[in-house]
Each structure stands twice: as C-alpha cells, then as structure tokens.
Design a protein around this ligand. Structure first.
Ligand code: IPM
Ligand code: MG
Length: 357
C-alpha cells in the first residue's frame, strides 16, 4: 500500500538529518517492496523567513492529508528575539494541537554499544535503563487558559494555568497502560498531588483507568522525587506517564542520562492518523550545515513511524538492527565519538546504515 509522508525538515541541522532518514526510508522501501511518497512543508524559523509565520496554513493542510509526518527540528538564535507569538516553537506547539497529537512517546534506552557515554555510574545502569516517557502533549499548562502578561499594580506580571479534565487524563492513561502491556507491565504516574489540585484529579483518574488493566502494576511519584529517582535508579521505571510540563522536563532528563540524546527518537500520536515522528534532540544551530550532525535519532524516528503509523514492525526492526550493526562496527558521529572509533559525517553515517540494511 502506498503511504504518503509530509516531511518538515525545519531549522538548523533539521534538513541534513531528515535527508539521511529519507534515504534510509527509501532503502527500506526498496528492500521490502513498499512505496512511500513524500511532500515537504515549512515549519519553525524557516517558515517564518519564508512566510512570516512559524506554521503556515499550507503546512497544516499538507500534514492533515498525510499518513504520517516526519519532523527534523525547529528553532535557533536567529529567531530568539522575535515576538513570542511567532517564535519557531509556536509552529511545533501549533502542529501538535492542530493534529490532536495528545500522546508523546519518548523512549530512553541505553545503547549497549555506547555504554561508555552513559552519564550514570556503571553499577547504577548495570541494573538496566529501558523506559519510555508517555507525555501528555496538547493540554496542561502549555495550553491552559487564562494565560498572559500585564502590568498589575505597577508590576509586570505573568500567569499560566495548569488544567486537565478527566477525559484528557483518561486517554493518556490508556496509552500508558497499553504501552506497558507491550513492555514490562509497569506504569509510574508522575504528578505533584501533594501541592496541586490539578494533580489530585490526575491521580484519581489514573487510578480509575488502572482498574481496566489489572495485569499492569501502577505506582505514583511526585515529580521532584521522580526526577531524583531517574538518576538514582532508572531501572525501576518501565512506563512513566505524566502531564505536558513535567513530561517535557523528565523526558530531557531521561534521554540525557543515556549519554546518547543524539540517538533517541520520539512519536507523537493522536486518536487518528497522522502521527508525527521526530528526534528528541533540537536544531543544534552551532553545527548546522557542516555535515557533523548525528542522523541516527531521525533514522530511528523513521523506524518508529513504520512501527506505529504503518504497522510495519519487521521493517522497523530491520532499521533498528542496521543502526546497531553500524555502531557495533565502530562508526560514530562527533557527538558519540570515542577513542578507537571511526568518525563519520552525517552523510557517511546514512551510507553505513543503508549498507547494513
Ligand atoms: C520538546 C520541546 C518543545 C516543548 C519546545 C521546543 C516548544 O522542548 O519537544 O520537548 O516544550 O514541548
Ligand atoms: Mg523539551
């Protein structure tokens, strides 16, 4: 069956890494006899430069008619001083909302080949580090109203609202429990129920939903404790489910402790197609255009796309195996370089993965 993919290279290293990922996708298509068509759309800073807005209407339309969306990265110092209403990040938040992508899956796994890069002591990660953060992505304090800034009593004042209703909580909880059923049957829900009202509703609803998944063990942590436990003993976690802001923070923490943030993919899914697939890392403007970027997280995002959007798990496994083989053969980009390994450019890394495939 022919699948159509909307591709948004975005800013910084986005175009370089997306190009390699698409070359790998084409190689996989050939190998397995699939047909994928692609169409490019603007987002973020490059969209601001071309059209004056970070999320042109044409981009939303192109995404909506696609079977899946691939994103590179958005943002950069060039656009940091713009009015907040048209910053590159608004493009990303806007497309998540427009496509109803309420579930953000961010796996954090230790690549055995890169164990030396892990930020934690060997005795800590010796027990394993293989978890997934399921972050609610279209609600919470990111989108809650009221929000704004004004001068109140002569003082500049800003405010946001952290708000969730039971339906928003229940649907992300279902995603987490179902993800756990395909993994190690454990969900840890993270909140701040000792302080926040919104978290008390969160916890109540998660507990109710958990009754439909008696095979899954549910635990709860306050977000400060969760941040600490992630570095103290990450092996205790299988699936972490949490709201938008806590998930933003904890998913950065979970991915960086693996030592290979340049390696980790993510998926954002709604209740219908298309889902959006992107690397966890950002646009790395300091190395953009130099052929130094690591394309593996984007290549692995293609694998997530094949698995989650197209039900092509054999094809997804093949890409993931090709990445492992490439690492086992000692090939590295600068971000994961170690003594005795072979340093490759972005393009060369794409070539090696294709050859392993
Ligand atoms: C992320 C990013 C975004 C977020 C920014 C760029 C708006 O940090 O995807 O985690 O906060 O969601
Ligand atoms: Mg973030």
């Amino acid at each position: 069956m022919k699948k159509h993919i909307c591709v948004m290279p975005g800013d910084g290293i986005g175009p370089e890494i997306v190009e390699e990922a698409l070359r790998v996708l084409n190689a996989a298509a050939k190998k397995f006899g699939h047909e994928f068509s692609t169409e490019e759309a603007l987002i973020g800073g490059s969209a601001i430069d071309a059209t004056g807005t970070p999320l042109p209407e044409a981009t939303v339309e192109a995404c909506k008619k696609a079977d899946a969306v691939l994103l590179g990265a958005v943002g950069g110092p060039k656009w940091d001083t713009l009015d907040p209403a048209i910053r590159p990040e608004k493009g990303l938040l806007g497309i998540r909302k427009a496509l109803g992508l309420f579930a953000n899956l961010r796996p954090a796994t230790l690549f055995p080949e890169l164990a030396g890069a892990c930020l934690l002591r060997p005795d800590i990660v010796g027990k394993g580090l293989d978890l997934i953060v399921v972050r609610e992505l279209t609600g919470g304090i990111y989108f809650g109203k009221p929000a704004g800034t004004e001068v109140r009593d002569g003082k500049r004042t800003g405010w946001n609202t952290m708000i969730y209703n039971e339906d928003e909580i229940a649907r992300i909880a279902h995603v987490a429990f179902q993800a756990a059923q395909k993994r190690r049957n454990k969900v840890c829900s993270v909140d701040k129920a000792n302080v926040l009202d919104v978290s008390r509703v969160w916890r109540e609803v998660v507990i109710e939903v958990s009754r439909q998944y008696p095979d899954v063990e549910l635990s709860h942590l306050y977000v400060d404790n969760a941040a600490m436990q992630l570095v103290r003993d990450p092996s205790q976690f299988d699936v972490i489910v949490t709201g938008n802001l806590f998930g933003d923070i904890l998913s950065d923490e979970a991915s960086v402790i693996t030592g290979s943030i340049g390696m980790l993919p993510s998926a954002s899914l709604g209740s219908a197609q298309p889902g959006l697939f992107e690397p966890i890392h950002g646009s790395a403007p300091d190395i953009a255009g130099q052929g130094k970027a690591n394309p593996l997280a984007t290549i692995l995002s293609i694998a997530m796309m094949l698995r989650h959007a197209f039900d092509m798990s054999i094809e997804a496994d093949a890409i993931e195996n090709a990445v492992h083989k490439t690492l086992q053969a000692g090939f590295r980009t600068g971000d994961i370089m170690e003594a005795g390994k072979t340093l490759l450019s972005t393009r060369e890394m794409g070539d090696k993965v294709i050859a392993s495939l």
